[in-house]
Design a protein. Structure first.
Length: 75
């Protein structure tokens, strides 16, 4: 299993007083195919909504794959 710091990074953002930054998480395909078994796309979205329940979540294309970037933003 490879190490990925994303959950610690999202927890740090949750503790921040700023809750309206746009957050982009790339390589969604890696999370979807189980490269990091303990981290699923659903878990990432859940953690993003814990930071700000008003986030809109979209999936944007990268040069590697369609819908490969998870984007959380406030409208």
């Amino acid at each position: 299993m490879e190490y990925n710091p994303i959950l610690k990074e999202l927890d740090a953002l949750k503790r921040s007083q700023f809750k309206e930054h746009t957050i982009m998480i790339d390589d969604k395909r890696e999370f979807a195919r189980g490269v990091y078994p303990e981290i699923t796309v659903d878990l990432l979205v859940e953690k993003l909504l814990e930071i700000n329940p008003n986030y809109t979540i979209t999936y944007e294309d990268s040069t590697n794959a369609k819908g490969d970037i998870i984007v959380a933003w406030v409208e």
